[in-house]
Design a binder for this molecule. Structure first.
Ligand code: NDP
Ligand code: 8X3
Length: 257
């Protein structure tokens, strides 16, 4: 086997690093000796992570919906964090689980702004540097919700379908540049995701995980780390994961429809 990519040479920028998958990905790469840039909105969480990980971590407070701030981020990174080699575009959220005809349109706009526009802008900001250096890896957090429809998934699922197709289209564009692209598409994973989706309602948020073992943030971090440290000639295009306790729903029928 060709040699694996050595994490000690990587500069890994992670959006949505203040919780869940993003924080776990930062810890996973830092443990392997990579330099890590943690990006998110909550300053206290960023500062805590920066203190925990020490000098190998740089923190940048940023809302991925802020187009100007995203565009300015690559040139705002100090040495030795300025040459980002792995971008983990993970920041995102679901809001609500109401059927489309009852859903809050502002929730839809927030999801589209973060999960679609914010994602695309983040990737666009870091691609030129990677292409110029002839090396890099873009990891995009999609979801099984982008592949499998479920009631109430409406716009959230559609944003994740965008994420997966965007990743594949990037792969097409980046052929021959030395930049790898991977779409990671998890199923049920216990993080702050549901608390955000149900707007702080802890009882509702815990219901999806009741009585089963969901994926953990560390499980996703492990998968991201694996894909990024495979030998440079190997590109994992899509990586879909579910807990053993999850599977697909059957088709639904209504006899009275
Ligand atoms: P969490 O809610 O635990 O973490 C989400 C992270 O995204 C937080 O760090 C949050 O930070 C950040 N974030 C949200 N909005 C913005 C924004 N506008 N700008 C910058 N950062 C933002 O959820 P997960 O870790 O579970 O989710 C991470 C990704 O994985 C999301 O894209 C989600 O859709 C996806 N996913 C989650 C699954 C799950 O079941 N948990 C399954 C499949 C995919 P802050 O609020 O500080 O900005
Ligand atoms: C998160 C997984 O099934 O709650 O993307 O939509 S799900």
């Amino acid at each position: 086997m060709e040699p694996r990519v050595d994490a000690r040479g990587l500069v890994v920028l992670v959006t949505g690093a203040t919780a869940g998958f993003g924080a776990a990905v930062c810890r996973r790469f830092a443990r392997e000796g990579a330099r890590v840039i943690a990006v998110g909105r909550r300053a206290d969480r960023l500062e805590a992570l920066r203190r925990e990980l020490g000098p190998s971590c740089h923190a940048a407070r940023l809302d991925v919906r802020d187009a100007a701030a995203v565009a300015a981020l690559p040139s705002a990174l100090p040495e030795p964090f300025s040459r980002v080699s792995v971008l983990v575009a993970n920041a995102g959220l679901a809001l609500g689980l109401a059927p489309a005809h009852l859903a809050d349109v502002e929730d839809w706009e927030t999801m589209i702004a973060a999960n679609v526009a914010g994602l695309a802008r983040t990737v666009r900001a870091f691609l030129p540097g990677m292409v110029e250096r002839g090396a890099g890896h873009v990891v995009i957090l999609g979801s099984v919700a982008g592949d499998f429809p479920y009631p109430g998934g409406n716009v959230y699922g559609a944003t994740k379908a965008f994420a997966a197709q965007f990743a594949l289209n990037l792969k097409a564009d980046l052929l021959g540049t030395g930049v790898r692209v991977t779409s990671v598409e998890p199923g049920l994973a216990e993080t702050e995701f549901s608390l955000v989706r149900f707007k702080g309602d802890a009882a509702k948020a815990s219901e999806p995980y009741r009585g089963l073992k969901p994926l953990s943030a560390d499980d996703i971090a492990e998968a991201v780390h694996w894909a990024c440290t495979l030998p440079a000639h190997v590109n994992v295009n899509r990586l879909q994961m579910m807990p053993s306790a999850q599977a697909f729903g059957p088709f639904a029928f209504r006899r009275d429809a």
